[in-house]
Write a protein that binds this ligand. Structure first.
Ligand code: ATP
Ligand code: MG
Length: 432
């Protein structure tokens, strides 16, 4: 930060140009997969009424208790910067009647806000891509959504080192019965719990499974398991889901302690987890929320969704791939060195941009010596320099100098030049 500059807000970070190509690349691949499963993008506001999150996420959750950016606007309304996307997506679905007589599949992306302690993998403004599918209660939809997230990770080259964890939270009814059993067990072990867990004992005992305290974890390892207390239908749902995943060749482990941080989940919950990101290893998380639409005032509609944390994903992508990241650092394909008339160079540059819409071309601005321009071309990271002098101009040709490989300069006519440049642009629009 410059001495007299204004600092950014803690936990709110910039994504710099060296990193944005990696974000764009990942986002484009994810979007392609979402489209392959017929998900449509919905763009949601960042601000919602505070009530929306209290009613959906739940009063006794980390998010609502202590992480929300809530304020009164000038009219005195209590508003909150969205901490997640599902509540807003359901709100919009109800408000615009999207959930009737159809089974919409929606996806969204954007910034989320949580007032957490900033650290690796935990920002106060972070970004998610998420999707929600409505109207289908069958486990086939759970399986399809999980298979879709598996495909995304595969497409991103992350199929190794990111593992799927699966659990079922049953229905609110069977959870209520289990809750009593769990509280009973926890009361007998109350002196082994830390302060936070003791506080949660009666308000949200399931969340104690999330505790990072080793003593508490030891108590929870012996606790009765919700998975053993599922109602018949939830158990059958879970079995079908497991079979479908096995048939699809998606590996997973059942983690009975996976409870997720929000109250609205029913039945299936899942997380894609890695140990390559330190303590914050969950890259993608989701689950079914069959009661939420009704809870927020809509007609009862089953639903399932997931959200993927882009910062963590990008960190995973960047890790150990410095070279690839540098390569997709957004460098130009070509740098046009102006050795003759600048008007002719302008015309050539625009002609090339017409001919090759995906070409990244930088033209030397203003005037400078030939050597100076070549130096700039090199520093720009461009793959090749195109040189247009009077002689080339007269012949309708351009000289091409490879800036990365030691090859002789070549002169070519415009048609050959287009062919040549075309070969430098890969599928993702990056320089090859
Ligand atoms: P955690 O247990 O890590 O706090 P969570 O259960 O609060 O996660 P979700 O609400 O499920 O997280 O959000 C989905 C994903 O969004 C997470 O798996 C993670 O990748 C990302 N995410 C959540 N909170 C943050 C944050 N503060 N900073 C960066 N990414 C985050
Ligand atoms: Mg959290």
């Amino acid at each position: 930060m410059a001495k007299k500059g204004v600092a950014s807000v803690r936990g709110f970070s910039d994504v710099l140009p060296a990193q944005t190509p990696l974000w764009q690349w990942a986002e484009a691949r994810i979007q392609r997969v979402l489209e392959a499963y017929d998900y449509r993008e919905i763009r949601l506001p960042v601000l919602e009424r505070t009530e929306l999150f209290c009613r959906s996420i739940g009063e006794v959750t980390d998010i609502v208790e202590k992480e929300m950016y809530t304020f009164e606007d000038r009219n005195g309304d209590s508003l909150t910067m969205r901490p997640e996307g599902t509540a807003g997506c359901v709100r919009a679905g109800i408000e615009h009647g999207l959930l009737h007589n159809s089974e919409p599949r929606l996806w969204y992306r954007g910034a989320m806000f949580r007032h957490e302690r900033p650290q690796r993998g935990r920002l106060r403004q972070f970004h998610q891509i998420g999707a929600e599918a409505f109207g289908v209660a069958a486990p086939e939809l759970d399986a399809e959504m999980i298979v879709m997230t598996a495909r995304m990770l595969r497409e991103l080259g992350l199929d190794e080192g990111v593992r799927l964890q699966l659990n079922s939270l049953g229905t609110p009814q069977c959870r209520a019965a289990y809750r009593a059993e769990l509280i009973d067990y926890l009361q007998r072990h109350e002196n082994e719990l830390d302060e936070e867990s003791r506080r949660r004992l009666n308000s949200n005992p399931l969340r104690i499974f999330d505790s990072k305290d080793p003593g508490v974890q030891a108590v929870m390892a012996e606790a009765p398991r919700l998975l053993d207390a599922l109602d018949e239908e939830s158990a059958a749902h879970f079995t079908t889901l497991r079979n479908l995943l096995e048939q699809a060749g998606v590996e997973y482990t059942v983690n009975p302690a996976l409870v997720r941080g929000l109250d609205y989940y029913t039945r299936t919950v899942f997380e894609w987890v890695t140990d390559r990101l330190g303590a914050q290893g969950t890259v993608c998380a989701g689950g079914r929320f069959d009661g939420l639409v009704e809870q927020l005032g809509g007609r009862a509609t089953p639903a399932i969704g997931f959200a993927l944390g882009l910062e963590r994903l990008v960190e995973l992508l960047a890790e150990g791939r410095a070279e690839e990241v540098a390569r997709c650092g957004g460098a130009a394909h070509a740098y046009l060195v102006v050795a003759g008339e600048s008007a002719a160079a302008f015309a050539l540059a625009e002609w090339l941009r017409d001919a090759l819409p995906r070409l990244r071309l930088q033209m030397h601005p203003g005037s400078a010596g030939f050597k100076g321009q070549l130096k700039r071309a090199d520093r720009s990271g461009a793959r090749v320099a195109l040189i247009l002098g009077d002689a080339e101009e007269a012949a309708g040709e351009v000289t091409v100098k490879d800036l990365r490989d030691d090859q002789p300069q070549r002169r070519m006519d415009r048609e050959a030049l287009v062919q040549y440049l075309c070969g430098l642009i890969d599928d993702d629009g990056r320089a090859t």
